[in-house]
Design a protein around this ligand. Structure first.
Ligand code: IMP
Length: 425
């Protein structure tokens, strides 16, 4: 049994991390988000209700769990308040939330800059979620960001005006309208609501670990969107890989027990960037519709492709995956022949890695193996043994190609449709 479990999106995000984290959170005492912000969209379905979380950790529904927003996050206070109101309207109290005093704050000027920078990039645009994530992390690294500790301090007004003046210069330079000083007022109201939640979460996590609490780390986005390991520059600005846990939460690297890679039974991507196994055809459209593959944050149609074991092997390597959770297996039901990308061909050579240069990655042609599909409804299966033989073979092939044990799989959106093959937490 593991005390600390990390849930990592192992492709380009949207793998179903919210569902798995929420499921595993039943056994956890503490749930931690360690990077990203409201660019994430975690969908959780239980008791016939669908909840969409962008910022709050997925254990928020159970008041006996501690939910921590770690120091590696960038938090838009306006979005946070709205999300808290939404979840509270369903009757959940949400008084089990702790926000790191070292987390950075996203202000309106970050969102405005996100849009202006994208526009100025023309063909080179990233296709961001326009939530101000990149500009907020840029300020963090440039050492001009405002952290939660400052946001809730008495000095905030002075700090805000200084930063606003600086940021308005950038906004004007990019052709935008400067943000009025009046914008402070709303933040002064919001911060009073947030103030009691802000604390030293680094000490809190370490104390919980010493007490023997089970801690679940909830990654957002995916390893291939990682600023270092991802398909740069078409990446997010944080570290959604397992390395980000240590930086973004303050728990030592030697305290991590399990790294569970969340993987779709196929592949999706939102925004720009190369995607060798992409299906630009009616089968891709079919999978998009059956899998409801539209962005939880932006509602953009997701790009669809076959499962790619080259990507997964890379992801497994950089994350140190110790287990796999295969999601959305039911979406593949009814497809006669399934393909898995097992290598790329680049300039006549077969390769098993991701080239650093995007131009080279864009030129990679996928090489596939084919497996027979299944037509039986699998949405009610309760164990691996109940799966049709072709579905079992498909899972076993993924396991063999990636070299990591499958510890659970999912056959539908409901919490009940998660089949655990091996104890995780
Ligand atoms: P940003 O994180 O808004 O800066 O967007 C950078 C890239 O990451 C874009 O391609 C986005 O579509 C992608 N991205 C950001 N968050 C998510 C997510 O939660 N799921 C999938 N893609 C994401």
């Amino acid at each position: 049994m593991n005390k600390t479990v990390v849930v990592i999106g192992s492709q380009w995000g949207d793998e179903g991390k919210g569902k798995i984290t929420n499921y595993l959170s039943e056994a956890a005492d503490v749930i931690v988000r360690f990077q990203g912000g409201d660019n994430a969209g975690h969908t959780i379905v239980f008791d016939n209700n669908t909840y969409k979380l962008h910022l709050l950790p997925s254990g928020i529904f159970d008041e006996n769990k501690k939910n921590i927003m770690g120091n590696g996050m960038v938090i838009n206070p306006k979005s946070l308040i709205k999300e808290l109101e939404d979840i509270r309207s369903y009757g959940f109290k949400c008084n089990n939330l702790y926000i790191s005093d070292r987390a950075h704050v996203i202000f309106d000027y970050h969102k405005v800059l996100d849009v202006l920078i994208e526009e100025s990039l023309g063909d080179l645009k990233i296709g961001t979620t326009k939530k101000g994530i990149g500009p907020a992390y840029t300020d963090k690294v440039s050492r001009i960001g405002i952290r939660m500790a400052d946001f809730v301090s008495d000095d905030f007004e002075e700090i805000y005006y200084k930063h606003l003046a600086l940021k308005n210069k950038e906004i004007v330079r990019l052709g935008g309208e400067p943000i009025s000083k009046d914008s402070l007022k709303e933040y002064l109201v919001i911060r009073e609501i947030i103030k009691p939640l802000v604390c030293d979460t680094i000490s809190l996590i370490n104390e919980e670990h010493k007490l023997g609490s089970k801690i679940l780390f909830e990654g957002a986005q995916g390893a291939l969107l990682d600023i270092d390991y991802g398909t740069y520059p078409y990446v997010t600005s944080s570290s959604p890989s397992s390395a980000g846990v240590v930086v973004g939460s303050g728990l030592g690297v030697n305290k991590i027990n399990e790294v569970l890679g969340i993987v779709k039974a196929y592949t999706t991507r939102v925004g720009e960037g190369p995607f060798p196994s992409e299906l630009n055809n009616s089968l891709g459209d079919h999978i998009r519709e059956v899998g409801h593959e539209y962005g939880a944050t932006t509602n953009r149609p997701r790009r669809i492709g076959w499962f790619d074991s080259v990507l997964l092997n890379y992801s497994s390597m950089v994350n140190g995956l110790t287990g796999l959770a295969i999601m959305l297996l039911d979406v593949l039901t009814g497809i006669n022949e399934l393909q898995i990308c097992v290598s790329y061909t680049l300039d006549g050579k077969i390769i098993n890695s991701i080239p650093a240069r995007l131009k080279d990655f864009s030129r990679c042609k996928p090489n596939y193996i084919s497996l027979p599909g299944w037509s039986e409804d699998i949405t009610n299966v309760k164990s691996f043994d109940e799966l049709p033989v072709n579905a079992k073979n498909y899972l076993r092939k993924i396991e063999e190609l990636v070299g990591v044990e499958i510890k659970c799989f999912s056959v539908g959106p409901d919490r009940e449709q998660t089949i655990i093959m091996k104890e995780i937490i």
